[in-house]
Design a protein around this ligand. Structure first.
Ligand code: NAD
Length: 300
């Protein structure tokens, strides 16, 4: 059994760490907030800092919100880097900048350790069910060593390439998700304004070429007007920001990613930073002066 560290025990990190403990591994944990009681009750050891976690564990996982949080968890005073010894492995499972990731990897590698970027897709549901998709960047030997831990947290686990490529893959994922939410929103809005029942339209389309998980899950949220997160608009804005900054650095244009970001910005301007990302449709509805399903609701 491995000695594993886990830093960042929020919506995603707490259930992921729980699976590692259930898998029988020694678990050392740290969060800026108090550590969840059920994790400690299951035998996880609460540490006072990232440095302590890294002193005890051989594989140290981070699952924090954004690039500056990973920077702080690894390199601030009493952070992970201060507790590392050569041979240890740092695994960042947060969704953060691919460019900064390469710099973090270089700094960790200079300490004689290995670094994997391993962001996930699948949300809170996937974290709890241990069915996450995990997109990994880094050296093959480190990947092979950490794979048994990934297997306890996820199902579809791919070594995409070198450091940064896991995060690049995650940004690509978030581009597809945002543009598909936008497409589903436009389609259901069009159908509803034209007088068709959007619930029936969604049902019919689920059997055809336009079927997708997003038409299924997010389309249903649009029809049922249920915009509790799920995945918060503010987190998707962070991810599209990474896409648009990356595109600028690469000298390419991502026109529809930019449009989706503007639609999220419009939602945020209306108080929607914490709405589920399917609520992007609300920005489209404002422009159309029509709410999906309003004809049916008016008819009673
Ligand atoms: P969260 O805000 O619920 O949890 C983050 C945790 O990190 C918090 O408990 C916070 O106290 C802790 N933290 C922050 N900085 C720290 C530091 N320096 N040291 C120790 N602890 C620190 O966030 P989340 O929803 O669990 O998301 C984590 C990451 O996973 C994000 O990058 C997010 O984009 C990604 N993600 C989230 C989802 C989702 O559906 N929530 C899905 C896929 C990927």
């Amino acid at each position: 059994m491995a000695k594993v560290g886990f830093i960042g025990l929020g919506i995603m990190g707490a259930p992921m760490a729980g699976h590692l403990r259930k898998g029988g591994h020694e678990l050392y944990v740290f969060d800026l907030n108090p550590v969840p009681a059920d994790l400690v009750a299951s035998g996880a050891v609460a540490c006072a800092s990232g440095r302590q976690v890294a002193e005890h564990a051989d594989i140290i996982i981070t699952m924090v919100p954004d690039t500056p949080h990973v920077d702080a968890a690894l390199f601030a005073k009493d952070g992970v880097a201060e507790g590392l010894k050569p041979g240890k492995i740092v695994v960042d499972m947060s969704s953060i900048s691919p460019i900064e990731t390469k710099k973090f990897a270089q700094r960790i590698t200079q300490l004689g350790c290995s670094y994997l970027d391993a962001p996930v897709s699948g949300g809170e549901v996937g974290a709890k069910a241990a069915s996450l998709t995990i997109m990994v960047g880094g050296p093959e030997e480190a990947f092979a060593q950490v794979k048994p831990l990934f297997d306890l947290m996820g199902k579809n686990i791919t070594l995409v390439g070198g450091n940064g490529d896991g995060q690049t893959c995650k940004v690509a994922n978030q581009i597809i998700v945002a543009l598909t939410i936008e497409a589903v929103g436009e389609a259901l809005l069009f159908a509803s304004k034209a007088g068709a029942d959007p619930a029936k339209v969604r049902q019919a389309l689920m059997g055809g070429f336009a079927a997708s998980r997003i038409l299924e899950v997010h389309g249903e949220r649009m029809v049922k007007r249920s915009f509790e997160p799920g995945f918060r608009i503010e987190l998707h804005q962070k991810d599209l920001n990474l896409a648009l900054q990356g595109a600028r650095a690469l000298g390419i244009s991502l026109p529809n990613t930019a449009t989706c970001q503007e639609l999220f910005n419009s939602c945020a301007a209306h108080g929607g930073s914490k709405w589920d990302h399917s609520a992007m449709v609300r920005a489209l509805e404002l422009m159309a002066d029509h709410e999906i399903g309003s004809n049916q609701r008016a008819a009673g």
